[in-house]
Design a protein around this ligand. Structure first.
Ligand SMILES: *Cc1c(COP(=O)(O)O)cnc(C)c1O
Length: 401
């Protein structure tokens, strides 16, 4: 029987990884073994205050007992069935997402990039179903991040991510973000969909402003293009609202979700209006694993917790406190603090990688967003005391750099 070797030293694990994995990740120089709430521990027993939540995924923190109970219960009942069969947790999760959003129907995926791939396909089918064979263009924005597979990669205009893998999916136009005047030339009668993050995550924590989203909606309607919100990172409570888009009052035609939806298990979703969903027929799209009973049972639990008004109010309140505390840090290295809820960006005049690296010595897990921006995206259960600890340690790090 295979057993995990808890007796391996960190150096042995790192050597194993370096010798056997395809080296696409630059990892931190320690091995995480377990966590509790806001804290993750490495194999040497060192504690790290987690202010990156597995890249905005671990909304309920580590080892949430309620989530673990649902996971164990469902694991003992039914893990996987394929999508040839109905299951209870999938149907219930879909109902919850629909009931709490603009959408009428849901398609489940296994990740964020797959959700965007699906949305690309749905938009193409929607245009074709209306007889508009020429309408294949997709518009995205500068600094967008929509994923790493061939379709969504084409909507992620970063040379470092794209160049080695060309040719990408054709018919993509990249427009400047928050630039109303540029919409008219970028979005045309040949555009079937426009993808936008209401708050750009990986691109540096840049919120789309309300006037821009209104103009974007109007331009999409004028040419018959679908508006697709990618809320993979900014959705599901991260901003203190269930969805980032509701603050603008501008509804999309489709919305993609993923990161925190099952609290750390892989899942994604495409939410769509009936008008869009109606063009999709059995066989048009599918996935072996997606929306399986184990993942969706956990996602039901996570969604119930996140969508509670008190939970969201807590995120808003903690987020405001965090922003105030971040703004109080007196360091010449800080250029700007921006963002909403527990999705904050701190822009430095030095590489964020230097700050993150020093953070390991200070017991902090952090993640960057572009070269100079630190993404402050703790688990949504963070409390003021955690913000105090974080800000104190960050301030200390900045005096050392
Ligand atoms: C992370 C992310 C994705 C990709 O999600 P994966 O699960 O890594 O494929 C897509 N869009 C946004 C906005 C993201 O933050």
């Amino acid at each position: 029987m295979f057993t995990t070797h808890d007796d391996l030293t960190a150096a042995q694990v790192i050597a194993l990884e370096n010798g056997h994995l395809i080296q696409t990740y630059a990892r931190a120089p320690f091995v995480l073994s377990h966590g509790q709430g806001m804290t993750a521990f490495d194999t040497e027993g060192k504690a790290y205050l987690d202010f990156m939540a597995g890249i905005a995924v671990n909304a309920l923190g580590h080892a949430d007992s309620g989530m673990a109970a649902v996971l164990a219960e469902q694991a003992n009942k039914l893990v996987h069935t394929s999508n040839l069969y109905y299951t209870i947790p999938q149907a219930q999760l879909a109902q919850k997402l629909v009931k709490n959003s603009f959408a009428d129907r849901v398609f489940f995926t296994n990740s964020g990039t797959e959700a965007n791939e699906g949305a690309i396909k749905f938009a193409r089918k929607f245009a074709r179903a209306a007889g508009s064979d020429h309408k294949t263009g997709i518009v995205c924005f500068e600094h967008a991040f929509h994923g790493r597979t061939m379709g969504s990669l084409a909507l992620t205009p970063k040379p470092q991510y794209q160049d080695a893998f060309k040719p990408l999916m054709p018919d993509v136009t990249v427009a400047p973000f928050n630039d109303i005047a540029a919409l008219e030339t970028a979005i045309t009668e040949d555009t079937c969909a426009v993808f936008i993050e209401p708050i750009q995550g990986e691109g540096g924590i840049h919120p789309a402003n309300t006037e821009f989203l209104k103009a974007l909606r109007a331009r999409c309607d004028a040419v018959g293009a679908l508006l697709v919100y990618d809320e993979v990172q900014c959705g599901l409570g991260r901003t203190g609202d269930l969805w980032a888009y509701t603050a603008s009052g501008v509804n999309p035609d489709m919305m993609t979700l993923a990161k925190p939806l099952a609290g750390g298990l892989p899942i994604g979703a495409i939410l769509a209006t009936e008008r869009v969903a109606a063009v999709l027929k059995p066989g048009d799209h599918g996935s072996t694993f997606a929306g399986g009973p184990l993942i969706t049972a956990v996602a039901n639990y996570v969604f119930d917790r996140i969508s509670q008004p008190q939970f969201l109010a807590h995120v808003r309140e903690t987020g405001e406190y965090l922003k105030e505390r971040l703004e109080e840090i007196n360091s010449p290295h800080i250029v700007e603090v921006r963002g909403r809820g527990l999705m904050m960006g701190v822009e430095f005049d030095i590489p964020s990688a230097d700050v993150i690296k020093k953070g390991y010595d200070h017991g902090l897990l952090m993640v960057g967003s572009g070269q100079f921006v630190l993404r402050v995206i703790p688990p949504l259960i963070a409390e003021k005391q955690h913000c105090d600890q974080f800000v104190e340690r960050l301030g200390q790090i900045l005096t050392e750099l």
